[in-house]
Design a binder for this molecule. Structure first.
Ligand code: ADP
Ligand code: ZN
Length: 524
């Protein structure tokens, strides 16, 4: 049978989706492969189809027990012999499964990365023909990835332990340059075919609302979209409970999901949502892994997520049926505090100290990116695509920022003063002190730091705090400034700064028309 016949026979689909055939052919040519495809694009087919065509077994390394179980169940139902080996099984069950596997009963075996170190598993592997090792959620190998799993680093030991080299294929939805390089390098992929399929989800409408009265926004929104199914993500369990209660009291048919509920309640609530008995669910980010509900019309974030990776994944649960859907992020200054608190309290105890420090730095960086997304007045879709390494040309014309009317203000003079201030203060301060200094604010803190003595003190007193913050955010994006990754987030001179010496360089900021009125009434 050829790949298309297998697709039809076992999976019931008539056509391959973008990228699937290319990945399958690469693997069948016995070449390593790395596919970076957004969630929902259909990564599994890319390794499951060739697994059925290669001799021997395909090992799929996967980080989540629940995902493995779902996949194996689906394969078995399709008539494909597959099994999983993880800590949900007893030792006896594991031995039995390995025994069946070595008798050739399975074509695909899912394992957790920790298993690769066990002697029993290694003995099995060295007596069995393994044609391919597939690494699912491959970004877990990178410290730059959002969920770094140290045990993923052991995969290569296992590959080296084998007396021959199977084909290695890796899959992820995280496409930043650093993660990509880490996957290729740490997994030791040999001249792999690296395929990146588009990250753009054209049917999703992105919107950021900078508001403090989030409850009202959500109540109104749901009133206006009363027939739609949607997810409301909150940063904490407490917020989930509060929002759930508010909606419930207002007669909304709503359920909830967070890790504080027992597994039975979680299952019930999830089902109620999936089968549209409660079309709206309020949840923490514990909700959603492996959920494939097609008719989600909106995803609202009540709080700012911790990273663009999280945001893209969570917002991406909207509109999987290809119909229009909205992704709205509600943002207030408090969100930054909540997220810093969550990061400071993140459990990193089973990771060694140096790694933990590195992870913390990355987390802070990712938070900065999220903040920038919330502040930008440029195209939101392009912001997301650029973050994931895609080239963009024109603004999309179809996100909330593109839809707003805006005007461009030349702020080159202000930008130069900001650079002067950061230079003068030797990059020792963060956003608030720099802005306060330039505005000539009379804060005790500035007195204490002595920034009142600097030349740049008060030079931009006719500007406004929000305008200067917007400008600085933009200057960071354009490389004129950097922000340090520690908890102080100090402003430093960026490597594009030389461009500002060129008279023809202009730094402009886009402001929405309504906002401009308030800003200019302050500046005059
Ligand atoms: P990912 O792992 O990339 O998030 P999945 O492999 O879970 O995505 O696939 C997402 C959904 O798309 C699944 O319901 C899957 O059955 C479906 N799918 C995958 N390939 C095809 C195809 N060629 N035609 C139709 N549906 C497909
Ligand atoms: Zn846009």
């Amino acid at each position: 049978m050829n790949p298309l016949e297998i697709l039809k026979k076992y999976f019931g689909y008539d056509l391959f989706r973008a990228g699937q055939r290319e990945m399958i052919d690469t693997i069948l040519e016995e070449r390593d492969a790395l596919a970076i495809m957004p969630t929902g694009a259909g990564k599994s087919i890319c390794y499951q189809v060739p697994a059925l065509m290669l001799p021997g077994i395909t090992l799929v390394i996967s980080p989540l027990i629940s995902l493995m179980q779902d996949q194996v169940k689906a394969l078995n139902e399709a008539g494909i012999h597959a099994a999983f080996i993880n800590s949900s099984l007893t030792d006896v069950q594991i031995s039995k499964a390995l025994q069946y596997a070595s008798q050739g009963l399975y074509k695909i075996i899912y394992v957790a990365p920790e298993r690769l170190e066990s002697n029993e598993f290694r003995w099995f592997a060295s007596n069995t023909e393994i044609s391919m090792i597939t690494i699912d959620e491959a970004h877990c190998i990178s410290q730059w990835g959002q969920d770094f799993r140290p045990s993923y680093l052991k995969i290569i030991d296992f590959v080296n332990f084998l007396s021959y080299r199977p084909i290695i294929s890796a899959f992820t939805a995280t496409a930043t340059k650093e993660v990509k390089e880490d996957i290729v390098c740490i997994l030791g992929l040999k001249s792999p075919n690296v395929l990146v399929t588009g990250f753009d989800r054209e049917n999703l409408y992105y919107q950021v609302e900078n508001i403090s009265r989030k409850d009202n926004f959500i109540l109104n929104y749901i009133k206006e979209h009363s027939n739609d199914s949607g997810i409301i993500y909150c940063a904490t369990r407490k917020n989930v409970e509060k929002m759930h209660e508010l909606l419930f009291k207002n007669g909304v048919c709503v359920t909830k999901y967070h890790a504080g509920l027992n597994s039975e309640a979680r299952k019930d609530n999830q089902d109620a949502f999936i089968y549209d008995r409660s079309p709206i669910i309020v949840a923490t980010n514990a909700f959603g892994m492996g959920i494939d509900k097609s008719n989600v019309r909106f995803v609202i974030h009540y709080n700012m997520p911790q990273s663009m990776e999280n945001y893209y994944q969570e917002a991406g649960r909207a509109g999987r049926d290809g119909e229009d859907a909205q992704c709205i992020l509600l943002f207030s200054a408090q969100d930054i505090m909540i997220n810093k608190f969550l990061l400071d309290n993140k459990e990193l105890s089973d990771i060694d100290f140096e790694d933990a420090e590195l992870i913390r730095q990355r987390d802070v960086q990712r938070l900065h990116v999220m903040e920038n997304y919330c502040h930008t007045t440029n195209c939101l879709r392009n912001f997301i695509l650029q973050y994931f390494g895609e080239k963009t040309n024109q603004p999309c014309g179809d996100c909330a920022n593109c839809k707003k009317e805006f005007t461009e203000i030349d702020m080159t003079k202000e930008a130069k003063w900001i650079i002067n201030c950061v230079t003068e203060t030797k990059g020792r301060y963060g956003l608030n002190v720099v802005v306060g200094t330039l505005l000539g604010a009379r804060r005790a803190k500035l007195k204490e730091f002595g920034t009142m003595e600097y030349k740049s003190y008060g030079v931009l007193k006719d500007s406004t705090e929000s305008m200067l913050k917007l400008l600085i955010t933009q200057m960071i994006q354009e490389g004129y400034l950097n922000q340090t990754d520690d908890k102080y987030s100090l402003l430093k001179i960026g490597n594009m700064v030389a461009r500002l010496h060129d008279e023809s360089t202009k730094v402009t900021v886009k402001v929405h028309i309504e906002e401009k009125d308030t800003i200019s009434s302050n500046t005059n």
